[in-house]
Design a binder for this molecule. Structure first.
Ligand code: ACM
Ligand code: ZN
Length: 747
């Protein structure tokens, strides 16, 4: 009996220790492919490092330097059996396991098996994370790890604002810590040229400098460049020595730096310095280089020759996005090139240039990557396509036989707001919280198995128009980059938000220790409503991304206290309710009270017909959108907002004559993407859909240039009865503008 008891106690202790270890391993980001949890810890502060003798000195040195980042007092040993040894064992090379590694932590030693430096580097990064996560005691565990995608990238725009070499190196450290392996360095764009080119010095003595404090002043001002020595000059560039330093630093972390040299559009800065390359021959007239001018080809290939020398990357990114055709269509040289080469139009003119550049790059042993526009006029199969305008470009590219990298704006543009735009620093627009990044699946179901294999990876893009400081760059990158890291590394079925979120919370402490200015996960309550039209109720659920927390709530209008109901599962709301929630730590309320007013309104499920159609891009859920019970959120692309590029003129049929006490219709305004409130609204009612009476006219008095994201109700309250409601909104006259409305709530 005693023996059984002892065995039981030992088993229980082992289990509790294993479960502690398991909790630590669950906090690794990205989560390893496979792990077996053991009991015990490796707790040496000054381990010794042993290398298998098939490794060269440079590799040993690099790895030892990385290990010293985890254990500053570590030393090298030739005693394989020393206690407290970290043993690096390089196995025979295998091309398809370059980044894989096995890590076996026991109480006395840590074994790292890899087939390439990349795998060994990642094993050490895993070790580094475990060390942070458990304060120096590494849990005993066996990890067999391998990535899902070969390409796991971050794009950083250094044209709109310039960031220092030290800062780039800090980001490389962080990328490698999260097992990301590509930095797509957006070195040139209309707002500034950032790489020294020996043959064309004006690119960096002139086109890298602006007489403004930041991009906004430049863009909304005269968009001028200035001489480097101008007292007002702001900007900068990387010398070729800087570039070599960054590239070499990245290589030691298993990161390939892919330079982007933008062409033929986004080249205003080039043409300011070398106006002979524009169609007009003058600066500041267009952002596109003249393709009909032989000097352009010489200029671009001269630059690429220097770039190819500097970057060992197999790939060179040549941009290719958003070129305007206006200047080419009026340029005799461009038109002559179209005629001479039997090209159909300006799309093919762009392709003509890209294909020549691709051929040139191939003579340097390089392959071309471009934004998804590059497939529009035909392309060689060796070119890789970066899909940014949604996923369509990546899907099409894979179907055409190209490799593709997914960077769709709606999930992976880190310049969008990550939290409530009202309380965040100004951003370019959109709404991309951590949870949305995490929800992205890079391989579309619609592809065949072969096509799926051509999706070689994912990348997030950080455009920096509104990001003038290095602190702000970090604020936009972290913690969203942690979600990106899992998209790139973990198999789709291994992704788990409920595991990831506590881990991301924990990593914010690590990021703080590393001196990173990360966005702090908000402790506000996020409410989700599910409309159940069968039961005619709204299921209201709450979550908070900040962890750990208790959400408590009331439904009688009172302020929640530590005695109020603890939220555990969704709440059913029959007609309407006032729910007040707050976050508690122990007995203390630590946040403001938030109030939610879910409403199962009278219009839910009622038929909407359109006298004027909504636009074809922002369809949301079609005719069901405006009466589906779901309210548009902070992003006009969230599938609830419906876009109109003409007037709104819709009729809701209530099915029978109904008492109407209020109609509430929200509009969005966001000046950046030309989304404006209506000029005015008229609301009509009728019992037969023929004889209408106007019951309300509303003029808009919000100025068009108001900054930020605005949501406003253009509705009505009163006492009416009718069967049909006709809601009309007059668009402010402006080509290319939109109105966005959501949910016609009828009370
Ligand atoms: C892009 O966002 N223009 C690639
Ligand atoms: Zn031209």
């Amino acid at each position: 009996m005693k023996k059984i008891l002892i065995l039981f106690v030992v088993a229980a202790l082992t289990w509790s220790c294993n479960s502690g270890n398991e909790k630590v391993v669950e906090l690794l980001i990205p989560q390893p492919a496979k792990s077996i949890i053991k009991s015990g810890r490796f707790s040496y502060d000054s381990p010794v490092v042993w290398f298998s003798n098939n490794m060269n000195d440079t590799d040993k040195e690099n790895l030892f330097e990385l290990i010293k980042g985890v254990y500053p007092t570590a030393e090298i040993t030739d005693n394989e059996n020393a206690s407290g040894a970290i043993r690096i064992n390089m196995l025979p090379y295998s091309n398809n396991a370059k980044e894989s590694y096995d890590l076996c932590v026991s109480r006395r030693a840590i074994d790292i098996d890899a087939r390439h430096m990349a795998g060994a580097i990642y094993a050490v990064q895993t070790l580094a994370q475990l060390n942070y996560l458990n304060d120096g005691a590494i849990p005993c565990v066996i990890i067999n790890d391998t990535p899902r995608f070969a390409y796991r990238g971050l794009h950083l725009d250094v044209s709109r604002h310039f960031y220092s070499v030290e800062f780039i190196k800090k980001q490389l450290d962080l990328l490698s810590f999260y097992k990301m392996n590509r930095l797509h360095w957006h070195l040139t764009d209309g707002a500034g040229w950032r790489i020294e080119i020996k043959k064309y010095p004006k690119l960096t003595t002139y086109a890298a400098w602006r007489p403004y404090n930041n991009w906004k002043e430049f863009w909304f001002g005269e968009r001028l460049y200035c001489d480097q020595n101008d007292p007002k000059a702001k900007g900068g560039y990387y010398t070729q020595d800087d570039v070599r330093e960054v590239v070499e630093y990245a290589q030691k972390l298993n990161i390939t730096v892919i330079p982007e040299i933008e062409m033929p559009g986004h080249s205003d800065e080039v043409l300011a310095a070398y106006p002979n390359l524009s169609c007009s021959g003058k600066p500041y007239t267009s952002g596109e280089v003249c393709i009909g001018n032989e000097d352009t080809y010489k200029f671009l290939t001269d630059i690429l020759s220097e770039v190819c020398e500097l970057f060992p990357s197999e790939y060179i990114h040549i941009g290719g996005d958003e070129a305007d055709h206006k200047a080419w269509s009026k340029c005799p040289k461009c038109q002559n090139t179209i005629r001479k080469n039997g090209l159909k139009n300006e799309h093919e003119l762009q392709s003509y240039l890209i294909q020549k550049i691709e051929t040139f790059l191939s003579t340097k042993g390089k392959k071309l990557i471009g934004w998804d526009e590059i497939i529009e006029g035909g392309l060689s199969p060796y070119a890789t396509v970066m899909a940014w305008r949604g996923e369509a470009g990546g899907i099409k590219a894979a179907q055409m036989g190209h490799d593709a990298i997914m960077t769709p704006g709606n999930w992976l543009y880190f310049d969008a707001y990550q939290d409530n735009p009202a309380t965040e620093p100004e951003a370019i627009g959109g709404y991309l919280p951590l949870s949305r990044v995490y929800s992205y699946e890079p391989v579309p179901d619609s592809l065949t198995i072969d096509e799926k294999a051509r999706i070689i990876g994912v990348q997030a893009n950080l455009w920096t128009e509104y990001i003038s400081t290095e602190e702000h760059v970090e604020y936009m990158l972290y913690p969203r980059l942690l979600a990106l890291a899992e998209l790139g590394w973990c198999m789709a079925e291994a992704k788990d938000w409920d595991r990831f979120l506590p881990a991301a919370n924990r990593h914010l402490d690590i990021l703080e220790k590393k001196g990173v200015n990360a966005h702090q996960i908000s402790n506000s309550v996020i409410a989700t409503e599910v409309v159940d039209t069968t039961k005619q109720v709204i299921e209201l659920s709450f979550r908070c991304d900040k962890m750990p927390v208790d959400i408590r709530y009331t439904n009688d209008g009172s302020e929640p206290t530590s005695k109020s109901t603890l939220y555990k599962s969704p709440i059913s709301i029959k007609d309407s309710a006032i729910i007040k929630v707050a976050i508690f730590e122990e007995d203390e309320r630590i946040t403001d009270v938030q109030t939610f007013t879910p409403l199962y309104h009278k219009g839910i499920g009622k038929k909407v017909s359109y006298n004027i159609p909504h636009c074809s891009h922002y369809v949301a859920k079609g005719a069901a959108t405006l009466t589906d019970g779901y309210n548009g959120g902070a992003s006009y692309g969230d599938g609830s907002w419906q876009g109109f590029n003409k007037d709104v003129d819709v009729v809701v049929d209530m099915g029978e004559v109904t008492d109407i006490n209020a109609i509430e219709v929200n509009f969005m305004q966001q000046a950046g993407p030309w989304i404006w409130f209506p000029e005015y609204v008229d609301i009509y009612m009728s019992d037969d859909a023929e004889n209408w009476r106007k019951i309300k006219h509303i003029d808009n008095d919000v100025p068009r240039d108001t900054e930020g994201l605005l949501i406003q109700d253009f509705g009505f309250t009163g006492k009416e009865r009718c069967r049909y409601i006709r809601y009309t909104a007059h668009q402010l006259p402006k080509e290319g503008a939109y109105m966005f409305i959501d949910e016609i709530k009828i009370k």
